[in-house]
Write a protein that binds this ligand. Structure first.
Ligand code: SF4
Length: 552
């Protein structure tokens, strides 16, 4: 195939505080305490100059303070006396911000929000179409023991009632069929005058839009919960040690069980404190799409949870320059997305297409994916599992399934019409899908696809490492044990053989060899054998065949 000409334009630049958080981590990992102190001072100055911290800035400051707390003993030991002063000043600044905004809770009307996001009608329509989360308030009254969203403590602002109804009806107009009414907030916190969430849900009955609510039931909202249950609302209660007894009482009172989530002891860890900034954990973000908050609008891409992304996802602010909106995929559908393939989304004319390359955040996930089963929840495919599809056993299994695959494709394309009546485009799609399957059953084609896939990943990483020295240092730190073990095992094996040879040797684990090359790129940023391999196997992703292919 010929390489697609679409350009990669989705902005994934990090905010100032995100960059500083990463620089601070690198300085701490490198035991460079002088640099850490200077970076921390710069963070403080930036925060002091910001008269009104937005939601994400304050969340990042909380993450920075958590990093400081984690590494405090060494930081205090090796830094000047001023370090403690900076720490206190930042602490006070955050406390003042909490007090100031929670003492004067604002209601954000639709016009104010529209001016803030500053996007045109096309972009707004795509935002509503792909919205998966509608966060009605900023801040949360619960401040639970565990909050992966790093929700700000105490409610700071609400969307106005009218703004909420307007946004919900815009979503329905754009055929968005389901929306989560939470995010980094508890939906039962939302109020305006006498109105509460039950008023919004009553209106939603008249709009063709399904919704879901997850609540911890803030103290004092028990009667509201009973009212919502009486309305047969689509809600679940997230259980913690704090609300368990209260929820049980309500269940006894109403005589019915309440739908529950997270009723597990291992989840009862204090917010922020389960982030150790040294390990890689699975993501709990189960969706691709957009998020609407009183503070703006964001594209959400799931990530592993780590020092790089303590939220377990990347938030990309939607701005006037955003021209790619990922197709919304939530729950099971999101698990089926292979995070290492170029994403499918909409251009500004609402045409669906696949990007021809990976976003930085996807490349970071490839680098961090160490193949451990714990990292990928059931239903999600890891890169290790993906590389397995090119192995002999998988190929033979696939061959056996050919009649079933052909039957499925036949049903998909020609159950309602004859082949000759298909459009030219659908004829080509149908044939391409058949050929893709048949080719992957043949050994040479299967191995060639494998080399194309590996070349695509290594090429993407090779490009990424040149632009992201700080994040590479963080990832090297997070992966240091794996890097040590892998190089101890594979350095000699790799020394005298070409990547093609090693990657197609049935007696060698391809994933481990791939990891070896990834670590070469992380350490040296270029390696002649890898560069030659990437050049010899120029590859692209073919979204119709759903496979990486060599392009000419
Ligand atoms: S209720 Fe949800 S958003 Fe609020 S602090 Fe708890 S986990 Fe976070």
């Amino acid at each position: 195939m010929t390489k697609q000409q679409k350009t990669y334009t989705l902005q994934t630049n990090d905010s100032f505080l995100e960059q500083k958080k990463n620089q601070l981590l690198v300085a701490v990992y490198d035991n460079d305490y002088k640099a850490a102190e200077q970076i921390y001072y710069n963070i403080l100055k930036y925060a002091e100059a910001d008269s009104e911290l937005n939601e994400n800035s304050e969340k990042l400051l909380n993450q920075i303070q958590t990093i400081i707390e984690k590494f405090k003993p060494v930081l205090l030991k090796h830094s000047s006396r001023k370090f403690r002063e900076y720490n206190n000043r930042l602490k006070t600044l955050i406390l003042n911000s909490i007090k100031k905004s929670s003492d004067h809770i604002r209601h954000v009307d639709f016009q104010t929000w529209e001016i803030k996001i500053d996007i045109d009608d096309c972009q707004k329509n795509l935002l509503y179409k792909t919205a998966m989360t509608f966060q009605l308030t900023c801040g949360c009254s619960n401040f639970c023991r565990r909050c992966n969203e790093w929700a700000l403590p105490k409610v700071r602002s609400h969307f106005s009632y009218k703004a909420i109804l307007k946004i919900l009806s815009h979503m329905a107009d754009q055929q968005n069929d389901e929306i989560s009414l939470y995010g980094a907030s508890d939906p039962l916190d939302w109020t305006e005058g006498e109105k509460n969430i039950s008023d919004i849900l009553s209106c939603l009955k008249k709009i063709s839009l399904e919704y879901s609510i997850l609540t911890k039931v803030p103290k004092g909202k028990e009667r509201l919960l009973e009212k919502l249950l009486g309305m047969n609302s689509s809600l679940a209660v997230s259980i913690t040690s704090k609300n368990k007894a209260r929820i049980k009482k309500i269940e006894q009172k109403i005589g019915n069980p309440i739908s529950k989530q997270h009723d597990l002891d291992e989840l009862l860890i204090r917010a922020g404190l389960d982030e150790d900034f040294v390990s890689i954990k699975p993501s709990i973000t189960d969706g691709y799409g957009t998020e609407i908050t009183p503070d703006g609008a964001f594209i959400i891409i799931p990530t592993f949870t780590s020092a790089l992304y303590p939220f377990g996802h990347k938030k990309i602010r939607v701005t006037s320059t955003t021209n790619f909106f990922p197709v919304k995929k939530t729950g099971r559908k999101a698990l089926l997305v292979d995070y290492f393939k170029p994403l499918e989304g909409y251009d500004l004319n609402k045409n669906r297409y696949h990007l021809d390359c990976l976003l930085d955040v996807q490349i970071e996930s490839i680098i961090l994916d160490n193949g451990a089963d714990e990292l990928t929840p059931p239903g999600m495919r890891s890169l290790k599992e993906y590389l397995y599809i090119f192995e002999k056993k998988a190929r033979i299994q696939r061959k056996r399934m050919t009649p079933a695959v052909l039957k499925r494709l036949k049903k998909q394309f020609i159950s309602k019409t004859a082949f000759k009546n298909l459009s030219t485009k659908n004829k080509a799609f149908y044939l391409k899908k058949i050929n893709a399957h048949l080719n992957l059953c043949k050994k040479p084609d299967c191995l060639s696809s494998k080399l194309s896939a590996v070349s695509f990943f290594l090429g993407s990483i090779s490009y990424y490492v040149q632009k992201n020295p700080i994040k590479i240092k963080i990832m090297r730190f997070l992966l240091k044990n794996e890097i040590k073990n892998n190089s101890g095992t594979y350095t000699d094996i790799v020394a005298h053989r070409h990547p093609e040879d090693l990657l197609t040797d049935p007696d060698i684990d391809s994933f481990n060899i791939f990891r070896y090359y990834v670590f070469c790129l992380l350490n040296k940023s270029s390696d002649s054998a890898i560069s030659k391999f990437i050049k010899t196997h120029p590859s692209a992703f073919d979204p119709v065949a759903d496979i990486f292919v060599q392009y000419s």
